[in-house]
Design a protein around this ligand. Structure first.
Ligand code: EQ3
Length: 319
């Protein structure tokens, strides 16, 4: 039997992923625009407290200085309109620039606006604002999630903002990417039950921000499937994706299982936690990597899943 990317997606198919994340994001999408912005404010005032203060980085924020200067010169009404425009994907110059930010630049942009809202430099939440019952319902849904799932909901909302006329034609050079310098050495890890060198080299490369080394482990037609997304196929696309979203992550896999299947293919499921540079050790996301290696030991497919519960870290059966 030979594999297709589509058939590879169902290896270890009994893995329980955090479906509550897309469900809660869908609830958020139903809110009207002012309720969306209010929800984000309240969610952020709770979750934002655990953001590592150094995370956005002065050098990174400088990349957006031009836009920040424009925003600071706007009236509060104009600033509020800007935030609405971003959230409604309206076609405005700033909304277009935003679409060319990498994911972490988008988060950093909002982080700065949030700080300025606290200081009154950017329009704060109106005094006397009364939360609608819809906002309350989404906040309650978010409170039920584990912290790794909560920050994923928050991140998804920010990623979907801005006006992007042709995302497919985005060139890597045009994207503003943040970098997260590592303050400590690469984390040490041992994966109980897995000795496959490709898997170990992948984690080592990612923990050292060595995207080139990580991408070289993929077959030329290989694919990487991020949580709740479709597979990204081919080395150039995987490389662009990892440069944008894979930087500064600390991956701590702990357990796994390896199996030889047909025609020399092997499959490996490993579980553990992943930390983003935004929250550092304050939030450990429960993650599974499902690898399918071809007979040459190259990565034909890897799915990264955000798990439904910590119990899923122990689910290493084939399913
Ligand atoms: C200003 C305010 C508060 C109000 C305004 O009305 C609207 C908004 C939007 C506001 C601001 C909100 C802010 C500042 C929100 C900030 C949220 C942050 C910093 C969230 C960060 C989340 C990061 C996450 C969930 C990262 C997850 C990464 C993972 C799971 C990576 C996994 C990977 C692995 C393990 C691999 O092996 C390779 C690929 C991949 C990258 C997928």
């Amino acid at each position: 039997m030979s594999y297709t990317i589509e058939s590879a997606r169902s290896i270890f198919s009994n893995t329980q992923v955090a479906d509550a994340v897309p469900a809660t994001t869908a609830m958020f999408d139903q809110l009207n625009i002012d309720d969306q912005l209010a929800f984000l404010w309240y969610a952020y005032t709770e979750l934002g407290r655990t953001i590592t203060p150094a995370a956005p980085g002065k050098a990174n924020l400088q990349l957006m200085e031009g836009i920040f200067n424009q925003i600071k010169q706007m009236s509060h009404e104009e600033q509020t309109q800007l935030m609405r425009d971003l959230a409604t994907n309206a076609d405005t110059p700033i909304s277009r620039s935003y679409a060319y930010f990498g994911v972490n630049a988008k988060l950093g942009f909002w982080w700065q606006l949030g700080e300025w809202m606290k200081e009154g430099i950017v329009a704060p939440m109106p005094a006397g604002y009364q939360m609608s019952s819809q906002v309350k319902a989404v906040l309650e849904a978010v409170q039920k999630l584990d912290p790794g799932q909560q920050i994923t909901v928050l991140r998804n909302t920010v990623v979907d903002m801005g006006f992007d006329p042709a995302s497919a034609s985005k060139k890597e050079a045009e994207v503003i990417n943040f970098t997260f310098p590592r303050t400590s050495q690469s984390p040490q890890f041992t994966i109980e039950g897995v000795t496959e060198p490709t898997v170990i080299k992948y984690i080592e490369a990612m923990n050292a921000d060595n995207v080139e080394a990580a991408v070289a482990l993929f077959a030329s037609n290989g694919a990487l499937q991020p949580p709740f997304q479709k597979p990204i196929v081919g080395r150039p696309a995987i490389s662009a994706y990892l440069r944008d979203e894979g930087q500064g992550l600390v991956m701590k896999p702990t357990k796994g299982i390896s199996e030889t299947i047909e025609d020399g293919y092997t499959q490996h499921k490993i579980t553990g936690t992943v930390e983003t540079p935004w929250f550092g050790g304050n939030v450990g996301m429960n993650i599974a990597w499902r690898f399918l290696l071809d007979p040459q030991g190259q990565i034909y497919f890897v799915a990264i899943d955000l798990l439904a519960s910590p119990k899923e870290l122990l689910n290493l059966t084939r399913g």
